[in-house]
Design a protein around this ligand. Structure first.
Ligand code: NAP
Length: 459
């Protein structure tokens, strides 16, 4: 920032325009990162107007730069003996509040833009949980689809050979994301343990319960979304009971969101994977979906073999044309664009619970807001996983073991608190009911204050 003249809103607007122009200039061809930055910046303008210290101390200038971004080569050998090479990344985005914490994603779409967006949003999300954790993310453009178990193992070993230099329980604690579930975490953890020669259980989270994982962690993100949406619905005297729900994806987040929604009386009529979606207006059978996706590694199209009364439609975007009361996008970024949002609105959708990270484009969000559709913003709604992870880290440091019911009741409390924080913050900044603004401001304030309190150059 060149010069701060005061707290005139026009000066603040000029300042944020400069920041956005700088981010565009320094990060060309990084649309996801730019979108995530813009979404936060437009929410926090009133905060900057009230608090000139954030401008003077260049908090925003720092927040749009990751503290460190590591890029490395991951060579591995396939089952035919051929050597393959992928890119590995770790973005250590911001450590003002605590060690870097955030997922690892294995997917061919992984690149610097996607990982910087994930790291940036993770910083705000982790702050919102009120746990002592900073934000980071990482992964690879490796495509697990169609790979044998032995190939996944060899890839994970090679990936960890480099990643192990950069992580540690008090430094950077990765967890899962798309393409990285309990199996991959098991392979990564075993390799880390071998390389370091120590059993540092809290260096990776989302482990299975038998070797340092927490009961309830794999369910936490999905359950947490439903707990958050339930709070949001209560505020309008509604609930999940008898509501028609459409969920995108059928991975870790989607499966447990469906499980909790069904438990609360909802009828889940559709879900998807990268090949297409299944639809049954009488309600889907979750046992079959879990068997196919969690245990047999099959495509969702196989569902209709067991349930011919359902239909399978190729291509995943059409799922948003199905009429529903509540939509839970739980697959990937930007899966709801303005066309999908318009379809949902004209079919009478009442609430959106964002399970995936940044599942709605900015245009889609604006349409939902204009049409009075409730939105549970992803930074708040999907924070259940990282919150339970932080409990898992604290538990390791005290060698505690919590029961599933204890974790679930802590998760419910945390999601209620996060909802309340978003609601109260949106009201305090004259945007009542806009939980996205509430989440962005509340998270930003915590990170900004930590950065200022520490008066250090990086974070
Ligand atoms: P996952 O277990 O790998 O599942 C992802 C699911 O989405 C799979 O069913 C996948 O289909 C589907 N999918 C991927 N790309 C798609 C596309 N373009 N169209 C339709 N479906 C697509 O991953 P996850 O852990 O559930 O993560 C899902 C989302 O939640 C991501 O945005 C992630 O960043 C976010 N999230 C996850 C956590 C967590 O604790 N895991 C926490 C916070 C946020 P296939 O099976 O065909 O690949």
């Amino acid at each position: 920032m060149d010069k701060v003249k005061g707290i005139d809103p026009i000066d603040v607007q000029c300042y944020v325009n400069q920041i956005i122009a700088k981010v565009e200039f320094l990060n060309p061809n990084e649309p996801e990162f730019l979108q995530a930055v813009k979404e936060v910046i437009r929410s926090i303008i009133p905060v900057l107007v009230k608090n000139p210290i954030y401008l003077k101390q260049a908090v925003l200038d720092k927040l749009v730069e990751p503290e460190r971004m590591i890029l490395f080569m991951v060579p591995w050998v396939d089952d035919e003996g051929n050597t393959k090479v992928n890119r590995g990344f770790r973005v250590q985005y911001n450590s003002a509040i605590g060690p870097y914490k955030g997922g690892l994603r294995f997917h061919p779409s992984v690149n610097g833009s996607v990982l910087k967006f994930l790291g940036f949003q993770q910083v705000i999300k982790n702050a919102l949980t009120s746990q002592p954790i900073g934000g980071g993310t990482g992964g690879s453009d490796f495509d697990p689809e169609g790979k044998s178990d032995a190939e996944i193992l060899r890839f994970c070993q090679s990936f960890m050979a480099e990643l192990s230099r950069h992580i540690g329980p008090y430094k950077d604690v990765p967890s899962g994301d798309i393409g990285v579930g309990t199996r991959e975490i098991r392979y990564l953890f075993s390799e880390y343990k071998k390389i370091r020669g120590t059993y540092e259980a809290s260096v990776l989270t989302v482990k299975a319960v038998g070797y340092g994982g927490s009961f309830g962690r794999k369910e936490a993100t999905g359950y947490g979304i439903v707990y958050f949406v339930e709070e949001m619905l209560k505020n309008r005297r509604m609930s999940f009971n008898k509501k028609t729900v459409v969920v995108s994806g059928s991975g870790n987040v989607a499966i447990y969101a469906m499980e909790k929604a069904i438990e609360l009386g909802a009828i889940v009529v559709a879900c998807s994977d990268s090949s297409g979606y299944i639809y049954d207006p009488r309600g889907l059978k979750l046992d079959t979906i879990t068997r196919l996706k969690e245990f047999e590694n099959k495509k969702i199209s196989d569902y209709v073999l067991a349930h011919p009364e359902a239909i399978f439609v190729e291509g995943s975007t059409g799922i948003w044309s199905i009429p529903c009361d509540i939509a839970l996008p739980c697959a990937t970024q930007n899966e709801i664009n303005s066309v999908a949002a318009s379809q949902l609105i004209s079919n009478g959708v009442k609430a959106i619970g964002e399970g995936a990270n940044m599942p709605s484009t900015i245009a889609a969000i604006d349409l939902f807001l204009e049409n009075n559709v409730l939105i549970a913003p992803y930074k708040a709604a999907n924070a259940g996983g990282v919150s339970v992870t932080a409990l898992e880290m604290a538990k390791h440091s005290k060698s505690l073991v919590w029961k599933r019911e204890e974790v679930d009741s802590k998760l419910q409390e945390i999601m209620k608190d996060i909802y309340q924080t978003c609601k109260e913050t949106s009201e305090a900044y004259d945007c009542p009911g806009n939980l996205m603004v509430g989440a962005n401001i509340a998270g930003f304030l915590k990170v900004a204050d930590a950065m200022i309190a520490r008066k250090v150059s990086t974070g």
